[in-house]
Design a protein around this ligand. Sequence first.
Ligand code: SF4
Length: 79
Amino acid sequence: MADFRALTRRSLISILGAVVAGLNATTAAQAKSSKAAANYRGAPNGGQSCANCSYFYPPSGCGVVSGPVSARGWCKLWG
Ligand code: SF4
């Protein structure tokens, strides 16, 4: 019985470790680029702007670049 409890405790610790590692990987995958790294600017690039980018969510959000962005802005991650 004592061995079973020890095994269970070790199993729980292993599972908890795997969950924490998975959360860390998810957080890293969801990290956004800085504006500088994305070459963000507050002006459109031809017909491309945040307003018509699939990553833009009004009024000033971006799914891949951190911080507020302008609907009239643009960066190299436009898509
Ligand atoms: S990816 Fe770039 S262009 Fe698209 S919304 Fe974000 S900052 Fe604007």
